[in-house]
Write a protein that binds this ligand. Structure first.
Ligand code: MN
Length: 129
């Protein structure tokens, strides 16, 4: 019996994050762990970019100018091309009821900033499945 090696496809992650430093930190960390990463700073471009990039998952900042990450998660759920893509939400202000609202919008996971590297990677792998 010949052992067929499993084909390794790089997993693609799209990060929607308006803060340049956070975007760079997340991107560098994920690239160092062999993920292919696309960053989007303007949430208004997120849906269009997701359709072009076809990521295996999306990391979504909730506090964005122009459009909230929450609205973007809801819009993804209503879009046949994007509904199946798992979303990990990241938020700076974890107020009462925020987690419930974010999960109800369709996110598969939730992290509050600041987040450590180990916890971040665990959450990414957990949401990616
Ligand atoms: Mn933000």
């Amino acid at each position: 019996m010949v052992q067929v090696s499993k084909k390794i496809m790089p997993q693609k992650i799209m990060i929607v994050e308006d803060n340049e430093l956070n975007l760079k930190l997340f991107t560098d960390l994920l690239r160092a762990h062999q993920f292919v990463v696309e960053g989007v700073k303007d949430g208004r471009l997120a849906l269009e970019q997701a359709k072009m990039f076809a990521p295996d998952m999306v990391i979504m900042d909730i506090q964005l100018p122009h459009v909230s990450g929450l609205d973007l998660i809801e819009a993804m759920q209503k879009d046949a091309d994007l509904a199946a893509i798992p979303v990990l939400a990241v938020t700076a202000y974890a107020g009462k009821g925020d987690e419930e609202r974010i999960m109800a919008a369709g996110a598969r996971g939730y992290l509050s900033k600041p987040v450590g590297m180990v916890k971040f990677l665990e959450a990414v792998r957990g949401v990616m499945g």
